[in-house]
Structures are given as C-alpha cells and as structure tokens.
Design a protein around this ligand. Structure first.
Ligand code: IPE
Ligand code: IPE
Ligand code: MG
Ligand code: MG
Length: 377
C-alpha cells in the first residue's frame, strides 16, 4: 500500500515537488503520505466520475473568465510567499489542495457585469480567497476537523498552534497585498466581512453552549459567518468596474442571499453520506443546531422536544442516539424544509440579478447561482 502510493505520487510528479520538501518536518514519511493518499484515492480510484462531473459544470461557468482565473492563481500564490520555510511549505500545500474557488469567480463575474476585469478585480479576487483560506484553516481548529478538501487539514498535519499562526499570517498577507496596491475601497469592504465572520463563528459557539438557538438566530449566524464574505466578493468585484454606490449595494445584497443559500446547502451536506472532502455528521456532535433540526424541534410536542434536547445535551457523542435523531429530522421534513428555504434565497438573489441588463456575464453568474444550489461538494 505504502509503496503503491509512492509509485502513484511519482507518476503524477508530486513526489519531488510535494513530498520531498515536507520530509524534513516529519519523523515518519507515512504521516505525509496519508493526506496525499486521500487525494490520489479521490482522483484515481473512487471519485473520478464525481469530481469530473462537478468540475465540468463549474468549468463551463469559469470559461468566460478563464484567462483571468489563470492570472488569479499566480497572484494568489505570490501573495502568500514567505521566507520561513515551514510557512512556504504549508502555503504550497494549500495551493495544491485548492477548493472550488467560487469566491474569486463571484468577484470576476460581478466585475464583468459592469465593465472589464482589471488589476483591481485581480487584487479583490486574491484578497478574498486568501481570507477565505485563512478562515477555513482557523475553522478546522475550532471544529476539530481533520479533513479539508479531501486532504488532511492543516491542524491535523501540523497541529493547532501552527494552524492558528498560519491563519494569522494569511490574514496579514492579504491586507499587505491590498495595501501595497492602494486598494482602500477593497479593504473597507473586506474588513467588515472579517469582523462579521468572527462574530458569526463566536455567536455559533455561544448558541452551541446555551442551546437557545432559533431560526432567526440561525440566519444571523450564517449571514455573518458565511454570507458576509460572498457578499463582500460580489460588492468588491462590482466596485472595481462601477463607482455607483447603489449598484455596489445591490451586488452586496445579491451575494448575501447567495451566501445564505450556500450555507444552508452546506448544512444539508452534514446530514448526507456522500464524500464531500470534509467531515459530515459532526454538527449534532458539536451541538451545532442547523435549520433542519431547528425546524423539527420547533414543530415537536413537549415530550419530543425534551427527547431531542436530551440527545443534544447529553448524548451528542453517542453514535446510536445521534443516528436516531438524524432519522427523526429526516422523517419529519427537516431536510425538505431547509431545501425550501434554500430555494427561497436563490429566488431572492435571482430577482436582484434580473434587474440588471442582460449580458453574457449575467448569464454566467446565473449559472453560478444554479451551481451553488445543486453542487455535490
Ligand atoms: C466552505 O466553503 C466553507 C463554508 C462557508 C461552508 P467552500 O465550499 O467554498 O470551500 P472550498 O474553498 O471550495 O473548499
Ligand atoms: C464555515 O463553517 C466556515 C466559515 C464560514 C468560517 P462550517 O464549519 O459550517 O463549514 P465547514 O463545513 O467546516 O466547511
Ligand atoms: Mg467547519
Ligand atoms: Mg465551523
């Protein structure tokens, strides 16, 4: 198995580029092989079809801004450079385990709606994806998640202390890049999003402790922790091609609605069994109550409510009891309720989009909305 994986890695030219520089930080090479095994498995054995079919539709959406995304990759990579070898290794690891990059896509398409993509659009895309990356690195520490994007998470490989510092480093590098290019409008839009994301994450922890969440608070949490950055991506993108404050605000609100739909979808994944490259079935364990559960709890009679709360409070680590609760949520329409809510936010976003002049960029962003709703990871 070990030898096999090294063979695969050699073949895909990752051994020299990827594994060798990592070696000096590990006593045991197998520690490094494992995350790569995850990926090679995904790519070569199990997930080929799934990944290919998903990337096909995303690929189609990305096509009108393909050249810009290529330039983005370079910009993103350069902005994270460090002279500290371990940081450079970790950012190399990050670059090679990239996600769907939907936020830069929202930046570019929002820019394209009102003019030509330019250097400022590039700065906005790089800044926002760096911040997104930083928040994920931190989020995996907070959630004690060991998997991200089909690889081991940074905290799983290098431990929490390194992950916290890498996240901070990324935040600082993002700001420095924006400052070097005098992107003050961008910094303004994004700083607000960072504040909101931190508030959303902490509010979520507060509610997991007190367990006094309701639908309204759920929406506050996801608006802050997730939608704020997608809103910032759309507003920042638009602000690089139009100066009209009303238009920029319109795009911010569009992004907010899509971001809410995006997180509802993400919360639905947690109830599923498919491989999405990160852990599933951990929300109840973490006492994180999301829309499907909040809805069935609200509907339940008093004794059922007590049963549900008791599992969340005392039996959140009991796999059998958690499975029972998950079944209850499914049988009582929790998932379809969340799906309806998701569709509602998609409609709200599309309504805003339809007030804009028709253009190829508008068509692409409409497809991106459809992707966010129907994505399988
Ligand atoms: C994951 O975002 C974090 C959430 C806000 C749910 P993405 O699903 O966009 O993550 P990557 O960048 O594609 O991995
Ligand atoms: C999303 O939170 C990450 C942030 C918005 C910081 P989650 O914890 O719900 O997302 P995943 O499932 O880890 O990507
Ligand atoms: Mg998480
Ligand atoms: Mg989290």
């Amino acid at each position: 198995m070990y030898k096999e994986s090294v063979k695969v890695l050699r073949k895909i030219d990752w051994y020299e580029k990827f594994l060798s520089p990592l070696k000096k930080y590990f006593d045991n090479t197998k520690e490094i092989i494992m995350p790569i095994l995850f990926k090679t498995r995904n790519l070569h054995i199990f997930g080929v079809h799934k990944i290919a079919s998903m990337s096909l539709s995303l690929k189609e959406i990305k096509q009108p801004v393909e050249a810009d995304l290529k330039q983005f990759d370079q910009h993103f990579r350069n902005a994270m450079k460090s002279n500290v070898a371990l940081l450079d290794t970790i950012t190399y690891y990050i670059v090679h385990s990239k996600g769907k990059q939907i936020r830069p896509l929202f930046v570019f398409l929002s820019a394209k709606l009102f003019g030509d993509i330019n250097e400022a659009s590039q700065d906005a895309a790089a800044f926002i994806e760096i911040l997104h990356t930083a928040t994920l690195v931190h989020d995996d520490v907070v959630d004690e998640a060991n998997k991200r994007r089909g690889f081991f998470s940074i905290n799983a490989l290098w431990k929490n202390k390194v992950a916290v510092l890498v996240g901070d480093f990324l935040f600082a590098k993002g700001f420095l890049m924006a400052l070097e290019n005098d992107q003050f409008q961008l910094i303004k839009i994004v700083s607000n999003a960072i504040k909101e994301m931190s508030e959303g994450e902490v509010l979520q922890i507060e509610k997991a402790r007190k367990l006094d969440i309701n639908e309204e608070i759920y929406y506050d949490i996801i608006r802050q922790k997730t939608a704020s950055l997608i809103a910032a991506a759309c507003a920042a993108g638009a602000s690089t091609t139009t100066k009209d404050p009303e238009t920029i605000e319109k795009m911010r609100l569009f992004g907010e609605y899509i971001g809410i739909a995006f997180q509802i979808k993400d919360d639905l994944f947690d109830y599923g069994e498919s491989d999405i490259g990160k852990p599933t079935g951990i929300d109840i364990k973490e006492k994180k109550m999301t829309l499907p559960l909040i809805h069935v709890l609200h509907k339940a009679d008093r004794s059922k409510k007590r049963w549900i709360m008791n599992i969340i409070k005392k039996y959140n680590n009991d796999k059998k009891k958690v499975r029972e609760l998950v079944s209850y949520v499914k049988e009582n329409g929790g998932l379809s309720y969340a799906q309806d809510a998701l569709n509602d936010y998609r409609e709200r976003a599309l309504e805003i989009l339809m007030t804009l002049n028709p253009s190829p960029a508008r068509d692409s962003i409409e497809k991106l909305v459809a992707f966010v709703i129907s994505r399988n990871k």
